[in-house]
Ligand binder design. Structure first.
Ligand code: CA
Length: 538
């Protein structure tokens, strides 16, 4: 995009610390000098293809006062090298950091070689960004011998340190899959290791500061610099348990709350785009963002990134509104006590069942569901890895006679859940693997169809840092759950080869300790052609 503009004609030179005063509004600066280092939020890479990827950074010399940069846009140079010393440059160019997108840079790089690693960095005036490592995918017909990837979710900045991100970087995976709750919009908790700048984010400026606070964390920066990320989101990138254009507290008050939530969601979506290494074509002003998509790793694997928030119907069987919890004037609520959102519901409760099982209710939305069906049907990949934000296999609570499920997961949308299970069978999808986040606990489960036959495996990762959720006591109700740990944070480290997929449950001992050790709690393996996971000896 930047090459379309007349470069020198618009360039203004700005002197030290006075860039704001000397550059006219709307101008373009490439020789900027700032009062402070402008690459404080690090760099990242995403959406890899066989000939390139997206490179991201954001110009933020004063991350908590971004308005200081005003409406000036900057031309930022990038370079991609074949080696970490940047001796052999494979490509270089420049991209705009535009004011209306928070001075973020999303540079789409093409023309590179397939199936290899690269290194990249940015430059603006006298400033150079830290370097990052990128990887291109193999060619569509190639069959690589293996692929290593990490999966993570639920990073609450206040609840714990991001040691798990640092260990993910140390593992040198080819890819990192972000399964949602990358940020939290709200602060809470008994034991906080650090604080948000503001308790809850509502506006674009709030969310920008929230992402800036996260991305200044050195452990998160290390994970971003380690390899390309494939990202989707869950609820906390916007608001706890939101569904489409319904916030969890919508029942609290009419049109004003709905309007406030529409604006809030648009602000949160924009901030997500501004801070994620995703293709600019995903960005749709005010109309939402296309987060779902797929990426092929040669013939070895196809990754499907699902968006289970933007298009979903409200959770079924909402509790009656509790007026005491509503603050309708500000369109705000108290966390976890709204009328809507997720809660435990009885799947055999006659008062709930008709709504729960209504086939018109959806978690993906009709368009995404149809896209996914087409993608599954056309896949020639040996492994089909479905990465998404919320539990797929049921986690039954209550009793055997009166089972309860949490209404926010796929089991709260049983028609949609069965449509996806049906598509796996109808298209004879090879080796489906679900990768899931959301519940701050590790699970390894068989996904079973209505005849109780295993059709896929689900590997669910715990939180990077958030209070854990121990479900050990409900395991007797859930024979399809083969493993659970609800006492550790951490991530999954996976390896896929033509014959097997292995998942290591990697835990940190203590999220409150920035130097906590890590350990592999358990390892599971799935063989080509058999969806049942087997635990490996330690
Ligand atoms: Ca969530």
């Amino acid at each position: 995009m930047s090459r379309m503009l007349s470069r020198r004609g618009f360039v203004q030179r700005a002197a030290a610390a006075s860039v704001l005063a000397t550059v006219p509004l709307g101008a373009l600066a490439s020789q900027a000098r700032f009062s402070s280092y402008p690459f404080k939020l690090g760099v990242s890479c995403g959406d890899p293809s066989a000939d390139g990827f997206v490179l991201w950074t954001r110009i933020a010399p004063e991350p908590f006062e971004p308005e200081q940069l005003g409406r000036v846009s900057f031309e930022v140079d990038w370079e991609v090298a074949e080696d970490s010393a940047f001796r052999h440059i494979a490509a270089q160019g420049s991209e705009l950091a535009q004011a209306h997108l928070g001075h973020s840079v999303h540079a789409e790089i093409g023309g590179l070689s397939p199936g290899r690693e690269y290194y990249y960095r940015f430059r603006l005036g006298p400033y150079e960004s830290p370097p990052g490592r990128a990887v291109t995918t193999p060619l569509p017909g190639d069959s690589p011998a293996s692929l290593r990837y990490a999966a993570c979710s639920c990073a609450h900045y206040e609840q714990g340190f991001f040691s798990a991100y640092r260990y993910m970087a140390d593992d040198h995976p080819d890819l990192i899959l972000e399964l949602g709750d990358y940020i939290y919009e709200v602060g809470y908790g008994e034991r906080r290791v650090r604080l948000f700048d503001k308790r809850e984010a509502f506006t674009l400026a709030d969310y920008r500061r929230r992402y800036a606070q996260y991305q200044m964390d050195p452990d998160l920066q290390a994970a971003h610099a380690a390899c390309p990320w494939l990202v989707t989101w869950d609820d906390h990138e916007v608001d706890n348990d939101y569904a489409g254009l319904s916030s969890a507290d919508q029942a609290c008050g009419g049109e004003a709350v709905r309007r406030a939530f529409f604006d809030r969601r648009a602000a949160a979506y924009q901030a997500w785009f501004e801070h994620m290494p995703v293709r600019p074509s995903r960005w749709r002003v005010q109309a939402g963002l296309q987060v779902y998509g797929s990426i092929d790793w040669g013939r070895l694997a196809r990754f499907y990134l699902l968006d289970t928030r933007q298009y979903r119907s409200p959770q079924a069987c909402a509790k009656a509104a509790t007026p005491l919890t509503c603050d309708t004037e500000a369109g705000r609520r108290l966390l976890f006590i709204g009328a809507g959102g997720g809660h435990l519901i009885g799947i055999t409760d006659p008062a709930c069942q008709p709504e729960l099982e209504d086939v018109s209710r959806t978690i993906l939305g009709a368009e995404q569901e149809s896209w996914l069906d087409g993608q599954l049907g056309s896949s020639h990949a040996r492994w089909n890895i479905i990465a998404q934000g919320t539990p797929f296999a049921p986690i039954f609570e209550g009793t055997r006679e009166a089972p309860l499920i949490y209404s926010d997961g796929w089991s709260g949308y049983p028609a949609g859940q069965q449509r996806l299970i049906g598509a796996l069978g109808r298209h004879k999808v090879a080796n489906p693997v679900m990768l899931t986040g959301d519940v701050h606990a590790f699970f390894v489960s068989e996904v079973r169809n209505r005849r109780d036959t295993p059709v896929a495996v689900e590997f669910m990762t715990s939180s990077i840092a958030n209070n854990n959720s121990d479900k050990s006591k409900v395991l007797p109700l859930n024979p399809h759950i083969l493993y659970h740990d609800g006492t550790h944070s951490g991530y999954l480290l996976c390896e896929t080869t033509p014959t097997r997929t292995r998942a290591d449950v990697v835990a940190i001992d203590d999220m409150h300790d920035p130097r906590t050790p890590r350990r592999v709690l358990a390892s599971f393996e799935v063989s080509d052609g058999d969806p049942r996971p087997h635990r490996l000896p330690q």
